[in-house]
Design a protein around this ligand. Structure first.
Ligand code: FES
Length: 147
């Protein structure tokens, strides 16, 4: 069976459409994916494939702040990925994929955030944080809590 690729212009719009849908729905729910598919005329399977390929998209509800800790090789070698993830897990009492009970933070482990020279790195929603240490994580979490 041959896979039919969508019009290149529509494919180019797909990432933006998914981003906007995620902003509007909070996550890429089945309804959000269906609307993107219908609007762009791209098959639901291809829209889902794209939505689940990129770490910036989420198909499950998440907290207000999504903490994406990089577990790529550079971050791992910088002695950051495991330590940083463990530190955040202990501090927030959640495991990767979970959200704090106050709905504020969701923790995710992701692959390379394209910031290898400044590892360890973590993305919080749309903002990238580099050269992280436990102290910097503490400050960041306090700031996000509004404290
Ligand atoms: S491996 Fe972490 S930013 Fe590239």
């Amino acid at each position: 069976m041959t896979k039919v690729l969508p019009d290149p212009a529509k494919r180019a719009m797909l990432l933006t459409a998914l981003y906007i849908a995620q902003e509007q729905y909070g996550s890429l729910t089945p309804d959000a994916l269906e609307r993107v598919s219908a609007r762009l005329g791209i098959s639901p399977a291809q829209v889902y494939e794209t939505a689940t390929f990129y770490s910036m998209f989420r198909t499950q509800p998440a907290g207000r702040y999504v903490l994406q800790v990089c577990e790529g090789l550079s971050c791992y070698l910088a002695d950051g990925a495991e330590n940083l993830a463990a530190y955040i897990q202990n501090k927030l009492h959640i495991c990767p994929g979970e959200t704090t009970t106050d709905g504020l933070f969701t923790l995710q482990m992701v692959q390379c955030l394209a910031s290898c020279s400044s590892s360890p790195a973590m993305r919080v929603n749309d903002t990238l944080y580099e050269n992280l240490t436990a102290d910097r994580v503490d400050m960041l979490l306090d700031e996000l809590r509004g404290g």
